[in-house]
Design a binder for this molecule. Structure first.
Ligand code: SAH
Ligand code: SF4
Length: 360
């Protein structure tokens, strides 16, 4: 395929179309350094058009590492018996949220394994308490029944992160044996229907994942019109069946991120922790390739060490005041920290063509 483009042309297409085709996405996933630079610049232009220099900081509290699932890639999988398990109390979660809010965070993300002891009813009580702090609440606790998502929305939760992990149904079934891509997609559709800002996302470099399937990931997120998307490299965890697999490429991860920005100009896209763990300065690199969000870990230290989705995660945000620390790090990039709750700015019902016209 012949495909000539400038960064400005690519960026313009993000707003006024025509949307990138599957073939174009695949072509850009295969891009070498030189063409990738153009892709990255285009994603950065789109990010700048929509968000300017503003980066939203979201404090993530990992409140339980118990999980009933057995995802092959994840250190929290139920068959990893080497991992000591913990479960924070409701009071501890609220206290951690209070500390985050007092640092200046405007969003608190509550994440855990799929822990049956943390019932939706208990979680709903915590959401109500945290909402009293005037922050936005994002949940990321896996697959639940429609009624449970509804209960948590009613309690005040604003957003929900549920990565689709991979849009390749066979790979999904192999790596996530407790569920299916169809079920995952249904959960994402429920979340949208219930009015959550909904986050999908994928890992890059999973064993057996093809570039074609990464193109499908980008298309999956565009089709869903995800308001958020978490994209990070796969990092092998030694106590899992994939412990000896190769890690995902940081370069390819940035290409997937940049393509997602071109397909979802208004979405909140984090520079994920895994991107920073896989490569020094990875989160800054992601912020230059379309990302506009950082999610520092504010889990109390003794627990954080045990929330081992992948190695290196617990050491990623060592500073006791993560907000002040990131404020400084962002300043060095010429970015500022968002002062509002940081919802996706896309006006409801507006067409993709209604983007900013500065690129015209
Ligand atoms: N249990 C919930 C939320 C916690 S897992 C869920 O599964 O949705 C959060 C994310 O961590 C997952 O969506 C997955 O994409 C990521 N993750 C897990 N293991 C990983 C690994 N080895 N490398 C990189 N990311 C990983
Ligand atoms: Fe559990 Fe989530 Fe890890 Fe899967 S990815 S084992 S659901 S914590």
């Amino acid at each position: 395929m012949e495909f000539c483009f400038t960064a400005e042309e690519l960026a313009k297409r993000a707003f006024s179309g025509p949307p990138l085709t599957r073939e174009e996405i695949l072509y850009l996933l295969r891009a070498g350094e030189e063409e990738a630079e153009i892709l990255f610049k285009a994603a950065d232009l789109v990010r700048a058009q929509v968000f300017g220099p503003v980066v939203h900081l979201r404090a993530i509290i990992e409140f339980s590492n118990f999980c009933r699932n057995n995802c092959l890639y994840c250190g929290l999988r139920r068959e990893n018996r080497r991992l000591p398990r913990y479960r924070m109390s409701a009071r501890e979660v609220v206290q951690a949220a209070e500390e985050a809010a007092s640092q200046g965070f405007k969003t608190v993300v509550l994440q855990s394994g799929e822990d049956p002891c943390w019932t939706p009813e208990r979680l709903a009580e915590v959401v109500k308490e945290v909402k009293k702090l005037g922050v936005a609440v994002t949940l990321s606790v896996g697959e639940l029944a429609y009624e449970d998502y509804a209960l948590l929305k009613e309690a005040g939760a604003d957003r929900y992160l549920l990565r689709h992990e991979t849009a390749d149904p066979e790979l999904f079934a192999r790596l996530k044996p407790d569920t299916s891509l169809t079920k995952r997609r249904r959960c994402l559709e429920w979340l949208k229907e219930l009015g959550y800002e909904t986050g999908a996302g994928c890992m890059v470099g999973l064993p057996g994942q093809s570039l074609e399937s990464l193109a499908e990931d980008v298309l999956f997120m565009r089709e869903l019109q995800a308001e958020m998307a978490g994209i990070g490299p796969f990092i092998p965890h030694p106590d899992t069946p994939l412990g000896k697999a190769s890690p995902g490429s940081p370069f390819l991860t940035l290409k997937v991120l940049a393509l997602t920005r071109l397909c979802l100009p208004y979405a909140n896209l984090p520079a994920t922790t895994a991107t920073g763990v896989a490569q020094k300065g990875g989160r800054e690199a992601a912020l230059l390739c379309g990302a506009n969000v950082v999610m520092p870990d504010v889990t109390p230290h003794r627990y954080r060490l045990l929330y081992q989705l992948y190695p290196g995660k617990a050491q990623a945000d060592p500073h006791p005041n993560a907000f002040a620390y990131w404020q400084e790090r962002l300043q060095a990039l010429g970015r500022t920290v968002g002062q509002d709750l940081g919802f996706s700015p896309r006006p409801r019902g507006a067409s993709a063509a209604a983007g900013p016209d500065l690129l015209a």
